[in-house]
Design a protein around this ligand. Sequence first.
Ligand SMILES: [Zn+2]
Length: 344
Amino acid sequence: MSSRADDVVPVDEAERDAWEAGLLRDAADLGDGLWGIPVAIPEGTLPGTLAYALVGDDGVHLVDPGWDTAANLGRIERAVRVAGRSLPDIATVVVTHHHPDHLGLAERVRTLTGARIVMSAAERRVLAAAVDPAARDPESYRATLARWGVPDGRHDELLASFTRPSLTGDVEPDLLVGDGDVLELAGRRLEVIATPGHTGGHICLADRDARLLFTGDHVLPRIYSGVGIGVLAGDEPMGDLLASLDRLAEFDDFTVLPGHEFRFTGLAARRARIAAHHLRRAGEVAALAAELGDRSVWAYASRLTWTSGWHGLDGFWLHSALRQTEMHLGLVRSGRAAAWLSRG
Ligand SMILES: [Zn+2]
């Protein structure tokens, strides 16, 4: 299969093919003490997460261990054994963000091994907000629906989808990091790159010597990951995401190790494509703003184009559409949209 110049290039076509077939491969030796460990997601639409292990004289260090299941722990244990170590050698678990398919196993690994958990300070605040019972209070969501201008007759279906319990448990990290911090692990220097957008405190990790970039869910080769899935009040996640895509420009010739799908090169093209994907919607909202001005999120959403049609949206999907509209309106109203939209 030939690839276009504007396309990503898989590092290993078998890895891509396995993902597309929904198969989890065995852990793979990626060289120089780096291991790729596919782990499963037991619910949802994606087959799995890509965990990584860095093996060195100072122990084994995991990046995003995956969903908290016994089977995934077994996968990690086997991979560590194949690498010539054992579970107690795990010294560090670094997470790119707090979602259960990335952070999930961290607490269980810490309990078993004494490993320290590393998270960004910003993501720690996002996690605290996500597990706060107040965040699940229907009254706070009713206030959101009122702010969005949702007609009363649509509140019940939205409340029903909202009150599902959080899948993320609270985790107290041992080490908080921020943009520019360097983690020295397995003889590598991993630089923390703050990339808010997918969540408010998402980080990437750059190994400048080996020209590797761990991107979590910030940049995936084919999937457009969600935006603003865990933020703090006052955040403007769409603009943050676009800025975080720009932020990675200095790593455009690095090999990308994402949290799902497959490793790839061609980061510049992928960054551009993800930005264009979101800016199409932002452009639509910006064009409506001349007519709708400060009208409600509902008023805007009802005028945008939706795959299943505006009238086909209900429950969680209606919530998702309204939230997406709110974020794009936030981008446009912040004044940040103009700079990106004018790039063409
Ligand atoms: Zn994920």
